[in-house]
Design a protein around this ligand. Structure first.
Ligand SMILES: [Zn+2]
Length: 402
């Protein structure tokens, strides 16, 4: 175990309080005692316990210390990109026409099926480096652009290699992201195949790599009953549900997530009040993805205020993916949380740290209380609120190596 060090010369410290849903500690002239990559103590520098007084110091350089961001919903790995399609959309071509001509998600599926594991890993590392430089210390990442067993297995293998290389990732199986073209719209048949054959086979090939299963429960994609079948198959394999829920219309995804005791229900732009109450009662964390709403040019921002009012511990995420959120920017997500979801700065900050981590069962991330992982960001700002206020600035944190 490495020796104790004291991080000092901080303008302040901002951290969610893990003992409460929405309380945030704001401590001026703070210090932290760190050992073995963990926080031992934090508080005002003048209150530093005598036991740490003689420890070597780390110079914070007058910055604000904050926990690293956690991104609990990404589609990190895929082949190709869809910038050409994006420009067609800007020229007024509707998505339905792009999709009918073989574009849209099908284009990404084609490119992903052609990608080797080495290519997927190289692309993943580049994206992970970008996210890390912007302050993301842990993320969730999904399969789901393979839509056939071997391509899904390559995505899972690539994620396993990224994790083995030291990246902090939780991995989700999402073969039910869409109905592959070759199934001709047979959602029922495809859902049965995923539940009965693919999930068990993927877990058998890469035991212990995936922690979660996800399904795109949406009108015209997978029904609540088809979603339930896949999620229950996943639960029998030890995969906890995370649900793509109520994104484009009310489908009952939030209610299904509550019924299953899911780790999260994600998107939720069309969540019902009953769904919010059910999520709060079942402690399902809503994960809201405002960069997707922005990029799709929609006005249906997820009802964050109503969810917080219903008692939900709302989290924020990027939904990074090539079609609807090519966004690797946690500050954009934070800003949209404040400016469009009408969260306070402290709420949006907590949603992208503590609640994001908890939706992944990571109690030691997203805060800086004793026991937390010392994944500390240093922001050279007068106040962390400026991360949102200077809305166009590409601020980058410095990192503490405990
Ligand atoms: Zn997604």
């Amino acid at each position: 175990m490495s020796e104790c060090r004291v991080l000092t010369n901080l303008k302040g410290l901002l951290s969610p309080d893990p003992r409460a849903a929405w309380a945030v500690d704001r401590i001026p002239d703070a210090a932290l005692a760190l050992e073995g990559g963990r926080v031992l103590w934090m508080g005002r520098r003048t209150d530093l316990p005598a036991a740490f007084a003689g420890a070597p110091t780390l110079d914070g350089g007058g910055a604000w210390a904050c926990p690293g961001f956690v991104d609990p919903h990404t589609h990190l790995l895929f082949g190709g990109d869809r910038s050409g399609e994006f420009n067609r959309r800007l020229h007024g071509v509707p998505y339905a026409q792009v999709a009918a001509e073989g574009g849209g998600i099908r284009e990404t599926v084609r490119a992903t099926r052609l990608a080797t594991v080495d290519q997927l890993v190289a692309d993943g590392e580049a994206r992970l480096r970008t996210l890390r430089d912007r302050g993301v210390v842990h993320l969730e990442a999904k399969t789901g652009y393979g839509l056939e067993l071997e391509a899904e297995a390559r995505l899972l293998e690539a994620y396993g290699r990224l994790r083995a290389a030291g990246w902090s990732l939780d991995i989700t199986l999402l073969p039910a992201h869409d109905i592959p073209a070759e199934f001709g719209g047979d959602a029922e048949g495809y859902a049965a195949l995923v539940a009965d054959e693919w999930l068990p086979e993927l877990v058998r090939r890469q035991p212990g790599v995936a922690r979660y299963a996800d399904v795109f429960v949406e009108t015209g994609v997978f029904s609540v009953a088809q979603g339930r079948r896949i999620f229950e198959a996943g639960q029998r394999l030890g995969l906890q549900p995370r649900v793509h829920a109520d994104e484009l219309s009310w489908t009952g995804g939030a209610e299904l997530a509550a019924e299953l005791g899911a780790a999260s229900a994600d998107h939720l732009m069309f969540c019902s009040e009953q769904g919010m109450r059910a999520m709060a009662a079942a402690r399902v964390r809503p994960v809201l993805l405002p960069a997707t709403t922005l990029f799709l040019g929609m006005r249906d921002w997820a009802p964050a205020r109503a969810m917080i009012g219903a008692g939900c511990e709302v989290a924020l995420a990027s939904d990074f993916n090539p079609g609807s959120s090519p966004c690797l920017d946690p500050l954009l997500v934070l800003r949209l949380g404040c400016l469009q979801l009408r969260m306070t700065f402290e709420e949006a900050f907590t949603a992208l740290t503590l609640h994001a981590a908890r939706s992944l069962g990571r109690e030691d991330l997203g805060h800086l209380h004793p026991g937390a992982k010392a994944d500390i960001l240093l922001w050279d700002l007068g106040d962390p609120l400026e991360l949102v206020y200077w809305v166009g600035e590409a601020f980058r944190p410095r990192f503490v190596r405990a």
